[in-house]
Design a protein around this ligand. Structure first.
Ligand code: ZN
Length: 119
């Protein structure tokens, strides 16, 4: 199963796009209560799998977004709830979901990963 998933993702974490080795790859259930089937599995690095936990995909996206905003704007000191609320009011137009597409949602290979571009 792991092999198939790694093949599908091109050997990358399907959330952040980082290259992962077979042994380090973890299988995430996209929908924690969903069916045990191929479409409900994502291959993930330990870090993504750990922070996603049992969150739904959209909850996880929101968590990533909040974390991103917080590291970009630490001086604001907003709480998670405030950041989510502000984002929902469209306060961060260029920081919204578009920038938080998961690896498997991005189609253009050009924007595969920030890290690679700077490497
Ligand atoms: Zn990852």
């Amino acid at each position: 199963m792991k092999k198939l998933l790694l093949e599908r993702s091109g050997g990358r974490c399907e959330y952040c796009g980082v290259q992962i080795k077979d042994a380090a790859a973890q299988i995430d259930h996209v929908d924690a209560l969903g069916p045990d089937c191929f479409t409900n599995y994502r291959i993930a690095c330990a870090s993504c799998n750990g922070s996603k936990g049992k969150k739904s995909l959209e909850d996880y996206r929101q968590a990533c977004m909040v974390q991103g905003l917080r590291s970009e704007l630490p001086e604001l000191g907003f709480s998670t709830a405030q950041l989510i609320w502000l984002n929902n009011q469209n306060w961060f137009p260029q920081r919204t979901s578009e920038r938080h597409l998961f690896f498997f949602e991005r189609s253009a290979p050009a924007c595969v990963s920030e890290g690679e571009r700077h490497a």
